[in-house]
Every structure is written in C-alpha cells, then in structure tokens.
Design a protein. Sequence first.
Length: 75
Amino acid sequence: MRTAFSRLPLSSERFGAVPSSYVCCANDRALTLAQQQRMLESIACQRVMTLPSSHSPFLSMPQALAQALHESAQA
C-alpha cells in the first residue's frame, strides 16, 4: 500500500481530490445520526451509506461494514 510505506504530499488545495465515502451509524449514541448528517454537510462525500449499527460497526456488524466498504470501492 503506497500511503503506508512512502511519503504522501498533503495540501489544503487538494483536500477532497480523492473520492471518499462515509458510513453513518444509525444507532450511534456518541454521534447521533443528525450530528453525522450535519458533519457530512461540510465535507464532499461521493457515497454515504447507513448501517443500523452502534458507534463501532467494525465490532457490532463487521460483515455488513465490509460489504458496504467493498461496494463503495467498486463504485
């Protein structure tokens, strides 16, 4: 993986140049769904997915999260 082993030049001018996705966690008690949606208003996400999970979907529903991430990568 390139970013793990080499320098990656970052700049505010290019922020958002890489397509991004966001997974909303509908049952999150740390960040409500409304808070997550407000956060999304300030960033450019090409794909937004919602899972009926808690704050940590990688623990509560890892297969559904993996599927959502896979679908996002294929889009």
